[in-house]
Design a protein. Structure first.
Length: 244
């Protein structure tokens, strides 16, 4: 049985994450982002980044509102979001952007396989993998890739004025390494949590319909951010990915 303290901690962390996401979303209604896709990125980031994501949003996300960008353009000035954001923070925003697509894809994939268990069998459970989680990871990656590329497309295509085909190609080039690095970090922590923390120490299994599973996923997303950050730094430095 899950220790009471861990169960309560998991519930509290998830509640705080949701509150932070709603807080940002409500603020964006009054102060929408210059790039509309960021209106999704910030609340999704808050689901795992919690109060730190809120602090980050008000410190740097508010610099990139549609109103502030429009005022700067009208005066012939550089957009505040680019002018006053240090490069390391721009990299972090790029990682958040990538991670939001991964997060959304992972959440949908995990619940999809839970409600339709045969999907895990289609992707190798029992035939290639004795552990169901490995098959689910393939589904996770597919959904993370699709959402990640979509999020990147709606950033790169408008900024570079690209056609659909060109924008899609640029999005795949810009985000594949980043989202793969994110998933590696996420997978690594979830494997640690599942096989060591829960099975060996607690004698339990992490299951999707539990607060503990999603609490571990919150931490796993932070791990994903850590592994994707240096990749985003390299991509942005080489002009493969846009500064944000």
């Amino acid at each position: 049985m899950t220790p009471d303290w861990l169960h309560m901690l998991a519930i509290a962390s998830l509640i705080v994450g949701v509150i932070c996401a709603v807080w940002i979303a409500l603020d964006e209604i009054r102060h929408p982002q210059h790039m509309w896709i960021m209106n999704l990125v910030w609340p999704i980031t808050a689901l795992y980044g919690s109060v730190l994501a809120v602090a980050f949003y008000f410190a740097y996300g508010r610099l990139a509102t549609h109103r502030r960008a429009a005022e700067a353009k009208a005066q012939g000035k550089e957009i505040p979001g680019k002018k006053f954001t240090p490069f390391p923070i721009k990299v972090a925003k790029g990682a958040f952007h990538c991670g939001s697509g991964c997060t959304l894809g992972d959440v949908i994939a995990e619940w999809l396989v839970f409600f339709v268990p045969v999907i895990a069998i289609w992707f190798g459970y029992q035939s290639l993998f004795g552990e169901k989680m490995f098959a689910v990871w393939i589904v996770d990656y597919i959904f993370a890739f699709l959402f990640g590329i979509a999020f990147q497309y709606f950033t790169i295509a408008p900024m570079r004025n690209l056609s659909f085909g060109e924008g899609l190609k640029a999005s795949v080039k810009a985000d594949t390494l980043s989202l793969t690095a994110w998933q590696v970090g996420m997978y690594g922590f979830m494997a640690f949590a599942q096989f060591y923390l829960f099975r060996q120490i607690l004698g339990l299994r992490l299951e999707v319909p539990t607060p503990e599973f999603w609490f571990m996923m919150q931490i796993a997303m932070v791990a994903g951010f850590a592994t994707s950050y240096p990749v985003n730094w390299w991509l942005i430095r080489h002009g493969i990915k846009e500064e944000m």
